[in-house]
Design a protein around this ligand. Structure first.
Ligand SMILES: [Zn+2]
Length: 338
């Protein structure tokens, strides 16, 4: 089923079309057959042709109105098979068919036809159908348009280039102290921990803390890590502080702000209160690979009693990570370079 839905989401068609195909794939489109089964109506007959039971496959393929369109789109030699298949195999095979028909990939023409078949049907039933002289011509033109737009999008926004880069922790500049913080939640929400560690430009441990919080979500844990980290650094009279966090979400909150109604705003405002004090604070995002020490300390925090623990020296559990960082150990990561 995974490959079935991935076919639906990869069809070159507007999002609303793919969404409708997904509903069809989930068999979530309401039909008279379904209404009758649920005792919501007395008749399961198709209100358009009045000649068959209105099932999903009847709506999108077998109702004479749709059948007429399909017989003009599907090559004659393939029609027997096309009209015999049950719903899901029928969708699966046609959505995977990339052969070009009338100048467009078949999966696009197929998806667009199902969507418009449905729209026309709803229009007929609700009496707002405009005149459409040649529906087959209309579908072919539309599918071509989709192709042109997709191709234009691809040339304007080519797929982001990725490259394997070696990522490592980098020492702060002279005169600065670096704070690496992290927060983790096992279960999100679940048992959570946060921590922070201060290092100088030799990579030496200048103090750290771990907080075993109890139950909360990951962003809350991350923000507690930042807040306690700022308190911790301020108490140690640091005047130039570089803060590194591996959550882009949290970095976004701290650098561009947060709405007052956001549930995390009180924590972000607490952090801002500290950042605005009389010292220099830089906030930046780093990859997890550059935040190993804070990550390791968060794991260690889970083994501690609930509450705040301060470490003048590095706990034994994280000493090897501390040494690796000093040595400049790097870890590969696939990063976007465009
Ligand atoms: Zn019908």
């Amino acid at each position: 089923m995974e490959s079935f839905f991935s076919r639906i989401w990869s069809v070159m068609a507007p999002e609303r079309v793919r969404f409708f195909l997904w509903l069809v794939g989930k068999q979530c489109v309401m039909t008279n057959a379904e209404r009758k089964r649920r005792h919501l109506c007395d008749s399961d007959i198709c209100p358009v042709c009045k000649g068959g039971v209105e099932t999903l496959i009847h709506i999108i393929r077998d109702c004479p109105a749709m059948q007429g369109i399909w017989t003009r789109l599907v090559p004659a030699r393939k029609q027997h098979e096309f009209f015999m298949k049950p719903l899901l195999p029928w969708l699966y095979e046609n959505l995977g068919e990339d052969g070009v028909t009338f100048g467009v990939p078949w999966s696009t023409l197929f998806g667009m036809s199902i969507w418009w078949g449905w729209k026309w049907r709803c229009g007929n039933l609700f009496g707002e159908n405009g005149k459409c002289r040649d529906r087959v011509r209309f579908l072919k033109d539309l599918a071509k348009e989709v192709l042109t737009v997709s191709e234009a999008c691809l040339t304007q926004n080519p797929k982001p280039l990725r490259e394997e880069r070696m990522i490592r922790w980098i020492q702060p500049q002279t005169g600065w102290v670096k704070l690496n913080t992290d927060g983790a939640s096992r279960g999100n929400p679940g048992s959570a921990a946060a921590d922070g560690v201060l290092r100088n430009n030799y990579g030496e441990w200048c103090g750290g803390f771990a907080l075993h919080i109890g139950r909360c979500t990951a962003p809350v844990a991350e923000l507690w890590g930042v807040y306690y980290g700022l308190c911790f650094a301020w108490d140690r009279k640091i005047v130039k502080l570089e803060v590194e966090i591996d959550s882009e979400l949290v970095v976004g909150f701290l650098t561009t702000g947060i709405g007052d109604s956001h549930p995390l705003s009180f924590l972000v405002h607490l952090c801002h209160g500290f950042i605005k004090r009389d010292w220099e604070v830089r906030i930046s995002h780093v990859y997890r690979e550059a935040n190993h020490l804070a990550d390791g300390l968060a794991n260690y925090a889970f083994t501690l009693a609930l509450g705040l623990h301060s470490f003048v020296e590095a706990p034994r559990d994280v000493i090897s990570i501390l040494q690796d960082d000093v040595l400049g150990s790097a870890y590969p990561r696939n990063v976007c370079i465009s």
